[in-house]
Design a protein around this ligand. Structure first.
Ligand code: SF4
Length: 343
């Protein structure tokens, strides 16, 4: 049997982005401490098995302290037979890290950083309610690239309000200038009650026509491929040797084990629940499933997968076979999966 992918959902964020429909809540330091303890206990109750990837998804997992990350990785290693060369991904928001914090995450056992960048256009970032600036994102990426992580990835979003072909092209060019190992490209999904929807109506911002968005996506894939970043599933491109092993499990019907209030556990329920003030965390505090889509038991296409776009519509245009698009949100029976995320 193939090795498990372990998914740990960390639902805390510094601010709530105006488009976000993930399982998340504002950071509360006390709750975070209790949550980490509850997660550790849940991991230690797991039945074990061979595992070769650990994925911290959120929320904003980089709001954890390095010693909390180390503690959770240790719990995974002491409960599961985790491969010595396991891929350990931490979803990271640029504003939460410094070179020192990134170094501490590396020393804690993180091998792969996935930044939620979304855009290198400050106006677009503001419209999304993101906390970081383009300059801050570049600074964080550059710092991570010098610290010995096996892969540094970041997410970009298109079909944003008032985004144009020109601003998207500039974002892609700036991404390429940073020579990433891996990139994820997602399209914005405006869920019915998103605050961003109201802001768009008030401000008169619109999204580019759907066919133009498709062209923008395909043009970006061409540019990235010419730069050595080949598409390996709907939303992700990578240089040779930098595909996300955890991500690939979703597309190859791999096995997973998820813990946290946004990750369905192996028994098909939230793995962490609170009943009163006993220090455990109540799943419904956060309501929805986490971004990054934690695996739950056997992960099979069209079953437990989340949207291939992080909080975004499941429009996936693929040029070379495999998953042929566009895959619309709602076409769950097709391919809906992602693990690499944005935040
Ligand atoms: S998009 Fe990411 S950072 Fe923003 S609120 Fe949602 S989970 Fe948090």
């Amino acid at each position: 049997m193939s090795s498990l992918g372990l998914y740990l959902h960390i639902p805390f964020c510094q601010a709530i982005c105006s488009y976000c429909n993930f399982n998340r809540g504002l950071l509360d330091a006390g709750l975070k401490q209790r949550y980490v303890s509850a997660l550790e206990a849940e991991i230690r109750r797991a039945p074990g098995g061979a595992a070769d990837t650990i994925f911290f998804g959120g929320g904003t997992p980089s709001l954890l302290e390095a010693d909390e990350v180390a503690r959770l990785i240790r719990a995974c290693r002491e409960t599961f037979d985790v491969a010595p060369d396991a891929e350990v991904t931490l979803e990271t928001n640029p504003e939460t890290v410094t070179a020192d914090r990134l170094t501490a995450f590396r020393e804690a056992g993180v091998t792969r950083i996935s930044f939620g960048v979304q855009s290198f256009d400050d106006d677009e970032l503001k419209r999304l309610g993101r906390v970081h600036s383009a300059a801050r994102a570049k600074e964080a990426i550059t710092a991570a690239q010098g610290l010995g992580f096996a892969s540094v990835s970041f997410d970009l979003m298109l079909w944003l309000p008032a985004q144009t072909r020109l601003t998207w092209r500039r974002t892609v060019d700036q991404a390429l200038a940073l020579a990433p190992d891996h990139l994820s490209l997602y399209l914005l999904e405006l869920y019915p009650n998103a605050p961003l929807k109201e802001e768009m109506a008030r401000a008169g911002w619109s999204q580019t026509p759907e066919d133009d968005a498709a062209d923008m996506y395909l043009e970006a894939l061409d540019l990235l491929e010419r730069a050595g970043l080949a598409q390996y599933e709907i939303s992700n491109v990578a240089r040779p040797g930098h595909r996300s092993r955890h991500n690939v499990k979703y597309w190859q019907a791999g096995q997973g084990f998820g813990v946290g209030c946004g990750a369905p556990g192996p028994r098909g329920r939230c793995a962490v629940e609170e009943r009163g003030g006993n220090g455990r965390v109540r799943g419904q505090d956060f309501g929805r499933r986490g971004r990054g889509g934690g695996p739950a038991g056997a992960v099979t296409p069209g079953a437990t997968r989340r949207s291939p776009v992080h909080g975004l519509a499941a429009h996936g245009w693929h040029r070379s076979g495999g998953f042929r698009g566009p895959i619309r949100s709602g076409s769950v029976g097709a391919v809906r999966g992602r693990t690499d995320t944005v935040s």
